[in-house]
Design a protein around this ligand. Structure first.
Ligand SMILES: [Zn+2]
Length: 100
């Protein structure tokens, strides 16, 4: 479910997918935040994806000091987050530019 209050710069997304925490990759500091289409056909990804349709969702991986947090998103959830990131970041850029 997507809920937003754009006037105050907040978007809440209750994804249909739960976030996961992979502690196997504990040494994740320094790894990049990754955004990808879930289109890998390797056996590990196939097992993790089941029964989700191949090439139908996006994945965000966020490294932490205790492993990697992964969030699967539907395309509409990803679009809502993407639009908010663009809108909110532009508001900050415009706000900061007003002080120059
Ligand atoms: Zn894979």
């Amino acid at each position: 479910m997507l809920v937003s209050e754009e006037d105050i710069g907040i978007l809440w997304v209750s994804s249909i997918f739960a976030a996961t925490h992979n502690e196997l990759n504990v040494d994740s500091i320094g790894q990049p935040i990754t955004v990808t289409i879930d289109d890998c056909e390797c056996p590990e990804c196939d097992i993790e994806r089941e029964p989700i349709e191949f090439d139908s969702t996006l994945l965000i991986h966020i490294p932490t000091k205790n492993g990697v947090i992964s969030q699967r998103l539907t395309p509409s959830e990803a679009q809502a987050i993407g639009k908010s990131l663009l809108k909110f970041s532009q508001e900050i850029i415009d706000y900061k530019a007003g002080f120059k």
